[in-house]
Design a binder for this molecule. Structure first.
Ligand code: GLU
Length: 382
């Protein structure tokens, strides 16, 4: 599939821009922001819908307060974000205002979207903002996020938001041209990779871990995010954020940055949510027959396929399903607790009531609640 074909039906774009693009020696780089905003406004003119995930709060706050060197600890970072986030929004609001566009601010933590109800509420809000033509600007809610509820970096945040808004394309604007085969900082021979059809171990190895002095995620976190987004069937582009008109260039189908093609066998929104936002509470080991039924035929998991239960979980909890060779193959929400599954594993569905005294469900995990995380050829989607 060519770039043009991949982008032909795209209308809703999630643009993520990092601190390394937005900030310079003097804090927020107002010229770059004006340039980016003009680029987004031009796409709006062309009827594209845009949601922006923007970093820059911590870096801007730190500069605003005149704090030299590195911020020492998490409270300092959170306090700097409290100062910088307001400033960031004012700058965006002014810049978009010049193009007759309104902005809306949404600050999220991971726990806002692991709860299905809150996930759906946020989704409704974001869809309404899109309908109103407002440019929504999203950032991590840095001032309140603690480790357990953190996205960690905005590459991850953007990958999760792509699912919430059901984006057709994610463009991650960075301080480099795209993904290189080697770290361009180490090797002059490093070549830009224009197209990634599959995220192989080689591609993952090409992305180094280092973040920039102001951004959290390095290239590695961008490639990990690409893996998630493409597993949801969304193409992903890593492109040069400081290039004037880069977004229009990309939408014109030019060979800019690195395009990751969506996986052909992808997950729907709810299953993506199960696979990527929920933390498994336990593991179910399943036999070969059940593995094949789940992976190849999209079947539910029945008690007869379970061979071992690990962990302590209750009905409704997320668990990982593991095949006989020990590979995780799916994540799903269980209909029965760990204790109940230990009693009914290996048995025919007809026996459930006899053993437990009741039978609320035929399946241990219904296929609607089961996200297969490997592809038919056995490669992991995650
Ligand atoms: N949320 C952070 C900020 O706005 C940035 C996180 C990141 O760089 O990934 O400052």
């Amino acid at each position: 599939m060519t770039r043009k074909e991949t982008l032909a039906n795209v209308r809703k774009i999630l643009v993520k821009v990092g601190s390394a693009v937005l900030t310079g020696e003097d804090g927020l780089d107002l010229n770059i922001i004006e340039q980016l905003v003009a680029d987004i406004a031009a796409l709006r003119e062309r009827d594209y819908q845009i949601v922006l995930v923007s970093s820059g709060a911590i870096a801007s706050g730190k500069h605003r307060l005149g704090i030299p060197g590195k911020l020492k600890n998490i409270p300092q970072k959170q306090a700097a974000a409290a100062v910088g986030q307001g400033r960031l929004m004012r700058v965006y609001s002014n810049a978009f205002g010049k193009h007759g566009l309104f902005v809306g601010q949404v600050l999220l933590t991971m726990s806002d979207i692991t709860d299905r109800k809150r996930f759906l509420n946020i989704r409704n809000t974001l869809f309404t903002l899109l309908e109103w033509g407002v440019i929504t600007i999203i950032n991590e809610n840095d001032t309140v996020a603690v480790d357990e509820i953190k996205f960690g970096d905005n590459d991850h945040l953007a990958a999760m938001v792509a699912n919430v808004i059901e984006a057709h394309l994610v463009i991650n604007l960075t301080s480099t041209e795209g993904l290189y085969d080697h770290n361009p900082a180490d090797s002059k021979k490093a070549k830009l990779i224009p197209l990634v059809t599959e995220i192989t171990p080689e591609i993952e190895a090409a992305a180094t871990d280092e973040g920039t002095p102001v951004g959290m995620g390095g290239m590695k976190s961008k490639v990990l995010a690409a893996k998630k987004v493409t597993a949801f069937g969304i193409p992903y582009i890593i492109g040069p954020g400081r290039r004037q008109g880069v977004l229009q260039e990309i939408m014109d189908g030019k060979e800019t940055g690195t395009l990751f093609l969506p996986m052909s066998d992808h997950l729907n929104s709810r299953k993506y949510w199960i696979a990527f936002t929920l933390r498994a509470r336990g593991r179910l080991f399943i036999d070969e027959g059940a593995t094949a039924a789940i992976v190849a035929d999209g079947k539910s998991l029945l008690p007869s396929g379970v061979t071992q239960v690990e962990g302590d979980f209750v009905s409704g909890d997320p668990v990982t399903c593991v095949d006989p060779s020990g590979n995780p193959i799916a994540k799903g929400l269980v209909n029965y607790s760990a204790e109940e599954i230990r009693k009914i594993m290996g048995l025919k569905t007809g026996k459930i009531e006899q053993i437990l005294g009741y039978k609320d469900y035929d399946e241990v995990i219904h296929r609607d609640n089961l996200a297969v995380t490997i592809q038919p050829d056995g490669k992991s989607k995650t």
